[in-house]
Write a protein that binds this ligand. Structure first.
Ligand SMILES: [Fe+2]
Ligand SMILES: [Fe+2]
Length: 164
């Protein structure tokens, strides 16, 4: 069964969202390195790589279903940070936005009675829960370290993130 047109369009848009997420994480990685948080920068770089795999999975799936893969323009992102909490806040907000896109694509697959796409997108639905939670974990811990003015905690969080 070939991929329905509107659904193919939504999946192609999702490729762009995953690229955008990848680009965001890479930009945040660079910016974190610039302010000396190598561990957080490493964590963001790993996340960048994960987002790329999310885009690849979509490309493969669309082609498997005889759909046309169409790339879209994505924005170049540069960040300048004062605190790592800004990076995790941005990442967290980006993940929430991406969750909404995934849910919309899933809802469309339900509407179109496309069962394989629903099953395919389930992986993304679960992945988003994990990714939001990971970002929130660091965001909360970093915010606490900032409010306690505890550089020691901040450095140990940076170290932990660097082990990813
Ligand atoms: Fe993703
Ligand atoms: Fe993500």
């Amino acid at each position: 069964m070939t991929l329905e047109k509107e659904l193919a369009k939504a999946l192609n848009e999702q490729i762009a969202h995953e690229w955008e997420a990848a680009y965001t994480y890479l930009g945040l990685s660079v910016a974190l390195k610039e302010i000396g948080f190598d561990g957080f920068a490493h964590w963001m770089r790993k996340q960048h790589e994960e987002e790329l795999t999310h885009a690849m999975k979509l490309i493969d799936y669309i082609q498997e279903r005889q759909g046309a893969v169409k790339f879209q323009k994505i924005d170049c992102l540069n960040f300048s940070l004062k605190c790592p909490c800004e990076a995790f806040q941005l990442a967290y907000e980006h993940e929430i936005k991406n969750t909404k896109y995934i849910h919309a694509a899933y809802a469309l697959a339900v509407k179109k009675n496309d069962y394989p796409t629903q099953i395919f997108l389930e992986w993304y639905v679960n992945e988003q829960v994990e990714e939001e939670s990971n970002c929130q974990h660091y965001l909360q811990q970093i915010k606490r370290a900032v409010s306690q003015k505890c550089l020691c905690t901040m450095m140990s969080l940076d170290h932990e993130a660097g082990k990813r």
